[in-house]
Write a protein that binds this ligand. Structure first.
Ligand code: FAD
Length: 297
């Protein structure tokens, strides 16, 4: 999202851009691969809207049917049987998967699939987690990231246990060694498929990064135990080595001059307010574009 927002703002201002991404489809951590015939949000599963500039973009998505208000209330499940709800900001979700929003921001901008390992020619924007950026260029005061493994669990919709889920929409799981969050992917996408996406804790993910599938039995045991549901009929593990920044930079982006050309840094770790999210990635890329335009003029 940071790179797409930056590229879109530069394009709008008449600057020619080339977007390079190593993913099979643009989206980064807003990934919605097709699994068993439907898209599943295996990275970010919803977004919040606190930023005024981002709000205008979200209204555009809403008008186009790409995003909709989902819920402001999540469950809170404790390992000791605690069950309550917690109301917070409105969470927005997408019928077509969060990746569709990155595609919309890019508009007509093409994306070339390439794993960049050296600084490309010209002025460059590096919009990725610091540990990934460090493969390309030295990063100022790099921020570490925590991992997450997302496990997609498909259930048998006919069983009574599915109907008796102890939460609607999504739930935080507190004080559990293995899982931290469970979301009803069918509820947020609006097709009511019996699919949950379960996020591991960072500690649990760190022990399974070499073999993410090895975490699935532990996650299944945790989900069936905490939710009281029957075991899923199908599972899929997705590894995020760099899921969540464990710190943040104190600016929303950084623009430097290296060997006579501009090199900019953006991403959700460039988030002085300390809440790395989809909207902070958008803000970071947008602010970096403004800084580049100012520097070029
Ligand atoms: C499991 C999970 C759950 C989340 N839940 C939420 C949530 O509910 N709400 C929310 O707001 N946020 C959530 N987030 C965070 C949100 O996804 C991120 O804040 C946001 O997507 C970050 O965007 P970005 O552009 O900064 O980075 P990224 O999305 O990581 O984009 C970086 C891009 O750089 C590319 N790249 C990396 N290295 C190279 C290279 N060498 N060459 C070429 N390309 C490269 C990658 O392919 C990627 O497309 C979640 C994240 C995860 C992983």
């Amino acid at each position: 999202m940071a790179g797409a927002a930056c590229a879109a703002a530069l394009t709008d201002a008449g600057v020619a851009v080339r977007v390079l991404d190593r993913g099979r489809a643009p989206g980064g951590r807003m990934a919605s691969p097709e699994l068993r015939g439907r898209r599943v949000d295996v990275g970010a599963g919803y977004f919040t809207v606190r930023d005024e500039g981002f709000d205008a973009v979200v209204q555009r998505w809403q008008a186009a049917g790409l995003a909709r208000e989902w819920t402001d209330t999540f469950g809170v499940l404790g390992a000791d049987g605690e069950r309550r709800t917690s109301t917070g900001p409105m969470r927005w979700a997408t019928p077509g998967g969060l990746r569709s929003l990155v595609r919309e921001v890019l508009g007509d901008i093409d994306v070339t699939t390439v794993d960049v390992d050296d600084l490309p020619d010209g002025d460059v924007v590096i919009a990725m987690p610091d540990p990934q950026a460090a493969r390309v260029i030295s990063v100022p005061d790099p921020v570490d990231y925590e991992p997450v493994i997302a496990v997609v669990c498909e259930f048998d919709a006919q069983t009574a246990s599915w109907a008796d889920l102890p939460f609607v929409d999504a739930a935080f799981v507190n004080d559990h060694p293995d899982i931290s969050f469970v979301a009803d992917d069918g509820a947020r996408r609006g097709d009511h498929a019996p699919v949950l996406v379960v996020h591991t804790t960072g500690d649990r993910a760190a022990r399974h990064l070499d073999d993410p599938d090895s975490v699935v039995p532990l996650v299944v045991e945790a989900v069936t135990g905490v939710l009281g549901v029957d075991a899923p009929v199908w599972t899929h593990a997705h590894r995020w080595t760099f899921a969540k920044p464990s710190g943040q930079h104190d600016e929303s982006s950084r623009l430097a001059t290296v060997d006579g050309r501009l090199v900019g840094f953006a991403g959700d770790q460039w988030c002085p307010q300390g809440s790395p999210r989809v909207e902070s990635a958008w803000r970071s890329g947008t602010d970096l574009a403004a800084a580049i335009l100012a520097a070029r003029s």
